[in-house]
Design a protein. Sequence first.
Length: 175
Amino acid sequence: MPVYVALLRAVNVGGTSTITMAELRAICDSLGFTAVKTYIQSGNVLFRTKLSETEVRQRLEDALATRMGKTPGVILRSRRALEEVVAMAPFPDAKPNFVLVTFLPEPPAADALDELVAPDGEEVRIGVREIFIHYPNGSGRSKLKLPALKAGTARNLNTVRKLAELAAALEDENS
């Protein structure tokens, strides 16, 4: 049975949308997902299901909207997709916690970088359904502006690597 990693958008960041990871696990359990696990308090949940990616996203978004009053947005990736993101990550000499991967629901538009403003030397690369950003001075005080990021949710490269590792372990458990 396939393993999915759901990345919730704008959850537990600045209090915009809050849900405990226990509540998130319970929601996933109630949807019939199995082997549900969360990782850190920022809206990352792993699980197994036979449902298609489209069905999973719709059911999870509907359940979250019922619980939270609005959907925070759900980005799904398979184990393989996460491993590909880790493998293609640019900026090999950068500290992984200074590289953010913004996961998008769709591939970025061809002109995604046209409105980029990177005043602090930030470097940006386009992936398949991701945008990679290296923040040489950290992301906390960055003045980077890129409208294409709005539809996505970001995780630092350390978190992406850990999620890929957890997804692999979960998938391998029943192989």
